[in-house]
Design a protein. Structure first.
Length: 194
């Protein structure tokens, strides 16, 4: 019998790709980089960022998605309050930050908390205060540079492109994990056991 794993067992949402479930791993303002342990479904501390940078928004992933970097699709969720790790957030998708980390595509969906009246009026990236996207870009460029890693934020794209990327990640998930939570065999074959 398969054990519960948030990546494989939590719903993507009822109105995908416009609104998705975000599973938050890292709260806004954190210097701790938490990530889902793919095998156990638990949250683990990957590392502590060793600079003055901190996460500019709640950071996590969309369940039942899969990308070419062997991870679920990342999501940044803007919200007026701190969202604790492993919290499920209904997130309205407003765009995407296209990024290359090393040599791999590593897109970040940008969304707002659907039930936060301070931000849920934003419908697209152009609605955001101008510094918000610059802050996101600088965060990823700076923290990776301090770790002597190469990252390039290529561009910010509108929600329609984000919808396409979400749909592609769902298709890849369904192809890679045709039996949903019966995932251990696939992860073992790919060497991604945690």
């Amino acid at each position: 019998m398969a054990k519960f794993n948030p990546w494989h067992d939590v719903s993507r949402g009822d109105n995908v790709p416009q609104t998705v479930t975000g599973i938050i791993e890292i709260p806004k303002g954190s210097k701790a980089k938490y990530e889902l342990d793919k095998d156990s479904g638990m949250l683990k501390l990957d590392r502590v960022l060793f600079s003055a940078v901190h996460y500019p928004a709640a950071y996590g992933f969309i369940p039942k998605t899969y990308c070419d970097d062997n991870d679920p699709l990342d999501i940044l969720v803007l919200c007026s309050v701190e969202i604790v790790p492993m919290c499920l957030v209904e997130a309205k998708v407003i765009g995407v930050m296209q990024m290359v980390d090393g040599d791999e595509e590593d897109d970040k969906i940008i969304a707002v908390a659907a039930h936060d009246i301070s931000v849920n009026h934003y419908n697209e990236l152009d609605d955001l205060p101008p510094h918000t996207l610059r802050e996101m870009q600088r965060f990823f460029e700076d923290y990776k540079a301090l770790e002597h890693k190469s990252v390039t934020v290529q561009r910010f794209l509108p929600r329609e492109e984000a919808y396409r990327i979400i749909d592609e990640s769902i298709k890849l998930y369904n192809e890679t994990f045709p039996n949903g939570n019966d995932h251990k065999e696939v992860l073992t074959e790919e060497g991604q056991n945690g």
